[in-house]
Structures are given as structure tokens and as C-alpha cells.
Write a protein that binds this ligand. Structure first.
Ligand code: ADP
Ligand code: MG
Length: 329
């Protein structure tokens, strides 16, 4: 009798402590965002996911250069050149990080390509089917380091072509803030996948989260996979997400700030970091830099891989230690 009571208590305890994982998908930031939450009751998970999603949506509308609604980024882009504009803590800090990545990536990452990105139109509906004119690209191409911090929270743009677009880093930041919301609700095991930008905490029923890295030319195949550690993120930038074909050539949404044309040194670039903001900014930078960016990321403690235009996979040492090819255990 006693034994049966103990068994029932153990059973109750186990069911209370190991609810089924909750999966929830929402459309935001121009992509499907998938939440997986483990180890808490469904109602807690749903409340936490709702809060995370509204935080991510808040960031998107505060930072996007698209749509009708005004925001501080659009206001800055309308401010006359060489005139101070004051950002709040959040944008001042994110812009600071974006400019740091610009400097450390030899200007492969450029946080002020808004005019050029709008011209190319990859985020417009409908997307374009022909490249813009060479002369217009030249006019709208901003110089390197055209954003200047002039004082406490104060920034200026140096030329009229210099207009902020945080599209290469804001999704990572939103992911970081979304995960912070889940943690605030007491969640210890979760994964958020924002269209290939993935952040994880804890594990998946006691095993590390296993993340596949997509093959850039075969949507149904993987290049390989990695295990994500607690509080890590893996972000991939690829030329297959937003693109059009014209005259047999692929034109895609990651631009080389030196030429104003889509970058040609990679077809896919993946970075693992402990902060999603960094992983996102650097995956865009690495995509533009190609394999010469791998060593820079190694120095900064980030695992990284590049798929070259000929399809060859190249990794830095940090990635070699944790990348599993298909077929490997
Ligand atoms: P995705 O947003 O598709 O995951 P990325 O993180 O690589 O891909 O960001 C691409 C976006 O970044 C573009 O849509 C554009 O807004 C912006 N962008 C394009 N080229 C650059 C660049 N060289 N540096 C910084 N941002 C860029
Ligand atoms: Mg990015």
C-alpha cells in the first residue's frame, strides 16, 4: 500500500515537473519565428511567449526603415547632415555595437545602407526583378564610417546617402530581448528560431539543442549540425533568403559596401556567439568578407564557417571543434 502511494506521488511529481514542450510560431520581422519552451506548464510557456513576441515586435517597429509608422531611425534619416540627433539608451547602445562591428570588419558591415537597400528593394512587396542603374547606386552608396557619435547619446550622419538601416543586426537584438523575456518568466530551457537566427538556453529534455546548418543551394538538405550550449546563438546569413535572378545572375539582399552591389565572396556564412546581436551583425559582416573574416572571428572567440561561391565549406578552428558533418554522430 505504502509503496503504491509512493509510486503515485512520484508519478504526479514527474508529470508536474516535465510537461510536454510547447511549440508556438508567429510571423514577425518579415519571417516565421518559432518558440520552443520546455519544463514549465503550458500556461506559463504561452504567457512568456506572448511577452517575448510583443517585445520583439516593439523592437521591430522601433527600428524598421519600412512601413508608414514613424520611428527614431526614420527621424534620424530625415535629420539634416552634420546635425545632432539624440537617441535613447537602447538605440544609442545598439548603434554603438553596429559601428564597432563596422570598424572591426574593415567596413564589410555598414549600418547606414538604408538608401541603398531601399533602392535595391529586396524587402519591398513585391520584390524587384531587375537591378537598379549603376549611376543611382553610386549616388546612394555612403562612405565608410559616415555615422559619428558627437556626444552623450548624440549622433550625426555625414552625407545625405548615410541613412541608418539596422536590418543586419536588429533581428539578433530582438532575439536576445525575446529570450530575456522567457528567462524573466522562469523558463530555463528554450529555443527561439527567427528564420535561421537561433538562440537557445538550457537543453532539450536533458540533451543539448541540436541545430542543423542549412545547405545554401538545397533547402531540404543540411551542411551539418552543431550542439548549442546554454545561452548561445547561431546565426546564418545566406544569398538564398531574398534574391532575384536577372540575366542568369543572382542578385541578393546583402550588399558589399565597397561596391553597392550584392556581395560575392560567400553564399552562406554562419557565426556562433553568446550574444545574438553579435552573432547577427557578424554573420552579415562575414558574408561580405568571405573566408578572410574567419580568422577575425576566431580572435574574437566566435566559431564561424563560410560557404564559398564554388560550394566549398571553410571553417575557423573554433567551428572545426564543434561542427558535425552529415553522417557523423
Ligand atoms: P537576414 O536579415 O536575412 O537574416 P542578415 O542578418 O544578413 O540577413 O541581414 C541582411 C539585411 O542587412 C539586409 O536586408 C539589409 O537590411 C542589411 N544589410 C545589407 N547589406 C549589409 C551590410 N553590408 N552591412 C550591414 N547591413 C547590411
Ligand atoms: Mg545579420
Amino acid at each position: 500500500m505504502m509503496r503504491r502511494v509512493c509510486w503515485s506521488i512520484t508519478f504526479l511529481f514527474l508529470t508536474a515537473c516535465s510537461p510536454e514542450p510547447v511549440h508556438e510560431t508567429r510571423f514577425m520581422m518579415g519571417t516565421l519565428v518559432e518558440f520552443t519552451v520546455e519544463g514549465v506548464p503550458g500556461s506559463t510557456a504561452m504567457k512568456a511567449i506572448a511577452d517575448a513576441a510583443s517585445e520583439m515586435t516593439r523592437i521591430e517597429s522601433k527600428m524598421t526603415i519600412y512601413g508608414q509608422r514613424d520611428n527614431p531611425v526614420k527621424q534620424f534619416n530625415r535629420t539634416p547632415v552634420r546635425t545632432d540627433f539624440t537617441f535613447d539608451d537602447e538605440l544609442d547602445s545598439l548603434l554603438g555595437k553596429a559601428v564597432d562591428i563596422e570598424t572591426s570588419s574593415e567596413h564589410a558591415f555598414h549600418p547606414a545602407l538604408a538608401a541603398l537597400n531601399r533602392l535595391w528593394g529586396f524587402s519591398l512587396d513585391p520584390p524587384p526583378s531587375t537591378p537598379p542603374k549603376k549611376e543611382v547606386i553610386r549616388q546612394l552608396l555612403p562612405p565608410a564610417s559616415c555615422l559619428k557619435r558627437t556626444g552623450d547619446h548624440r549622433w550625426q550622419r555625414m552625407t545625405s546617402s548615410c541613412q541608418i538601416d539596422l536590418g543586419g543586426i536588429a533581428k539578433g537584438y530582438a532575439l536576445e530581448r525575446g529570450m530575456a523575456q522567457l528567462i524573466k518568466h522562469g523558463i530555463r530551457h528554450a529555443l527561439i528560431n527567427a528564420g535561421g537566427d537561433i538562440a537557445g538556453i538550457g537543453n532539450n529534455k536533458g540533451k543539448p539543442w541540436r541545430i542543423g546548418i542549412r545547405h545554401p543551394r538545397n533547402p531540404n538538405a543540411l551542411l551539418g549540425w552543431i550542439y548549442l550550449n546554454d545561452h548561445e546563438c547561431v546565426v546564418t546569413s545566406g544569398d538564398y533568403e531574398r534574391f532575384f535572378l536577372h540575366g542568369g545572375k543572382r542578385y541578393h539582399h546583402i550588399l558589399d559596401p565597397q561596391t553597392g552591389y550584392p556581395a560575392t565572396r560567400a553564399i552562406s556564412a554562419t557565426v556562433i556567439a553568446d550574444k545574438a546581436t553579435l552573432a547577427d551583425g557578424w554573420s552579415t559582416a562575414l558574408f561580405v568578407m568571405g573566408i578572410r573574416g574567419l580568422e577575425r572571428l576566431q580572435q574574437q572567440g566566435m566559431a564561424a564557417l563560410v560557404v564559398k561561391p564554388d560550394g566549398t565549406l571553410v571553417m575557423n578552428k573554433a567551428m572545426q571543434k564543434r561542427f558535425h558533418s552529415i553522417g557523423q554522430p
